[in-house]
Ligand binder design. Sequence first.
Ligand code: SF4
Length: 395
Amino acid sequence: MEAARVQHKDSGFAAVLDLWPKERVKRLIAAAGPEDVVRALSREQLTVQDLAALLSPQAVPHLEEMARLAHRLTRRHFGRIIGLYVPLYLSNVCTSDCTYCFYAVHSGSRGARRTLTLEEIRAECQALARYGFQNVLLLTGDAPKTTPLDYLAQAVAIAREYFASVSIEVYALEEEDYRRLVDLGLEGVTLYMETYDRETYAQVHLKGKKRDFDYRLGAMERAGRAGARRLSIGALLGLFDWRVDGFWTALHARYLQKECWQSAVAVSFPRLRQAPPRHPIRFPVGDRDLVQLMLALRLFLPEAGFNLSTRERAAFRDRLIPLGVTMMSAGSSTRPGGYALGEETLAQFEIEDRRTPEEVAEAIRRAGYDPVWKDFDRAFCEASDGGAGKVISKQ
Ligand code: SF4
């Protein structure tokens, strides 16, 4: 195919994506029949055709069976543990203009913009560590002048004093920048493509470095080459057709599993639930759609971690626990200074699950799993050794 010969300097996955234009993906999904779904459910390792069948409307009558298989696969690969993490927003300053985001420079949001000082980062870390968290995700907007690499490096170094596992969700970096952070103890990189559809991507990203689709697409490959042990990807559900973006997300995850085999690859399912007035949500994703997406991806990617954030309602999150989730955030604030400083700074989005970390942990226990506050990978190894279930007490 002509497109496959295009050289992409920023991302090897871009060439894979070229092989799967949206028209082809839509055709494959639309062509799936009931027999394709049944065949997909009988396979150990799924093909892309199987993935398309499970994402298709034809799979809806099979959701219960998909749930049983997903549950079994997740137990086999991850045991009975669910890791807990907490986001720590370092800054809500952003020079990009993503139409769907309240942090965007032209979002019209009125809340206070704030970038934490190093002392304030320490205070936030102390507050979260006292709660028992050992996994923290540091976030910023896309404003390299306000939160340059040196600032990120200092933030990672401070966070490492308090947490066994530190990840970042910031703007896309160069490989040597990721390497510098990994050398300081960074474990994970989270970066959502938002949508893999180039056309939609161009329509919703109006300004800033983030407009460069290919540079962003290649970020996780650079992070993997730099030694990040955990790579988390995802599409912002609601920007484009969830079946097609879900298909591309699954291909991206499988690609990263192969290319960055020393890293654990995880998928997140952020659903756009509110947006600034200028961004009507054109592709709303219902609860059943989200369930189907998670189940299809679990069957296609049995070894991928699945992250679930507090964007979703508490009761719905509880229902999703047995369907393949491996990491959950809890007690989250999406404002810089939201834990120790108590300031009403601008939030990136309003969280839906407002339970305390201990309440979320209790819900996980009620679902028959062990919440793990400490390093997830180490806990998983202990689980494999028969030592599962040790939860660090908050006391
Ligand atoms: S999504 Fe990220 S880059 Fe875009 S406006 Fe929001 S904070 Fe900035």
